[in-house]
Design a protein around this ligand. Structure first.
Ligand SMILES: NC(=O)c1ccc[n+]([C@@H]2O[C@H](COP(=O)([O-])OP(=O)(O)OC[C@H]3O[C@@H](n4cnc5c(N)ncnc54)[C@H](O)[C@@H]3O)[C@@H](O)[C@H]2O)c1
Length: 342
């Protein structure tokens, strides 16, 4: 059994805590938040020890794995401190706010000989696993183009919940916060990106960064990708959709959090299609989906088997680079050819 500590006891940390306590392979032993009541409430609810200073918690020799669920700019420095304390590290997305700090986190984990996983839990959605298996089996033939769409609603009350939300240094806008999962999936399906062009704007929300972002990607394969991200959709979350099209296959996965297959077309797929549609998952209760438990279990197995986790730091870095490239396009009005120089 592996022992876990959570740093940051806010909204998403609930998913971490519930996933850890539901797994027989894991135990939650420590929780930390700079707001003492939050740490105490989590500790009482989940039977763990509360801390207000993560440096203190990292001294606990019992803890094997740290999950970092603080505002996004703290993922890298806290992850580095955890690695230096000999803990395996899981960080929420985005893994860092700059490529420099992402690289420092990756290097610190490598030097300390600990595993680093970035929480892109939608890779574990049933629909996405089916899509990826079809891709691995070559069923799409030559990939032609794809689309990652996030049409969600985050109103001013959402952004007012905490001062870090929507800021340049700590959060980013709808691309960096809400759409990074889908951008990760798009690049995971289509492979390395050659160039990016995009625009961002802030149309409705009172935030420093974008509430709308659109971009086109050219993949090294020659395939093209489209990104549309909006937190302005009236009056509620409508969809998070990933479409992948190829010479001999078309798959469209929608629902509110890329969980529902809407189109599944391959040669000779009629029976399979009927089975897939009959065993569809319902929409999850919120856009966080069902994947946290699986990605935490994958980390445990990666540690036991001494293999890389499903989404190691190098993988988490890819979506970050695409989003930072779109931000650079917005600043310069020019396309970005990767690798991005910050
Ligand atoms: N994987 C997902 O689907 C998903 C969903 C939501 C949020 N997130 C990510 O999770 C992170 C947290 O988001 P949230 O919505 O839970 O935010 P939140 O504001 O609800 O929670 C963050 C918590 O971190 C605490 N904190 C701040 N500094 C700290 C420090 N130095 N030490 C310990 N605790 C500290 C805050 O007091 C707060 O309780 C963000 O990076 C966000 O992008 C991921």
């Amino acid at each position: 059994m592996l022992k876990f500590g959570i740093i940051g006891c806010g909204r998403i940390a609930l998913k971490h805590a519930e996933s850890i306590v539901a797994l027989p392979e894991a135990e939650l032993v420590g929780v930390c938040d700079i707001v003492p009541e939050r740490a105490r409430a989590f500790a009482e609810k989940y039977g763990a020890k509360p801390y207000v200073d993560y440096i203190e918690m990292l001294k606990n020799p019992e803890i094997d794995v740290i999950t970092v669920a603080t505002p996004s700019d703290l993922h890298a420095p806290i992850g580095i401190a955890a690695a230096k304390a000999g803990k395996h590290v899981m960080v929420e997305k985005p893994m860092a706010m700059t490529l420099k700090s992402a690289d420092e986190l990756i290097a610190a984990c490598r030097e300390a000989g600990v595993k680093l996983a970035v929480i892109h839990q939608n890779r574990f959605n049933k629909s996405i696993k089916l899509m990826r298996t079809a891709l691995n089996d070559g069923r799409f033939g030559k990939l032609t183009h794809g689309q990652a769409t996030v049409r969600w609603n985050r109103d001013d009350n959402y952004y007012a919940q905490a001062p870090w939300r929507g800021t340049k240094l700590q959060d980013g806008g709808v691309l960096m916060n809400q759409s990074i999962h889908n951008i990760d999936l798009l690049q995971w399906m289509f492979g390395p990106v050659e160039s990016v062009f995009g625009y961002t704007t802030t149309m409705l929300r009172k935030i420093e960064m974008e509430d709308i972002g659109v971009a086109v990607l050219k993949f090294k394969s020659g395939a093209l990708g489209i990104i549309e991200a909006a937190s302005t959709i009236y009056p509620k979350n409508i969809e998070e959709t990933l479409n992948v099209f190829g010479e001999t296959g078309s798959v469209m996965v929608g629902g509110i959090a890329v969980n529902r297959i809407e189109t599944w077309e391959f040669q000779d797929s009629e029976q399979e299609k009927a089975e897939i549609f009959a065993s569809q998952e319902n929409d999850p209760p919120n856009v966080y989906g069902f994947g946290h438990r699986e990605i935490i279990l994958d980390m445990i197995q990666a540690i036991w088997e001494d293999r890389p986790p499903a989404v190691p730091g190098e993988e988490g870095r890819k979506a970050l680079e695409i989003i930072l490239s779109i931000y650079k396009c917005q600043e310069t009005g020019m396309p970005v050819v990767l690798p991005l120089r910050e």
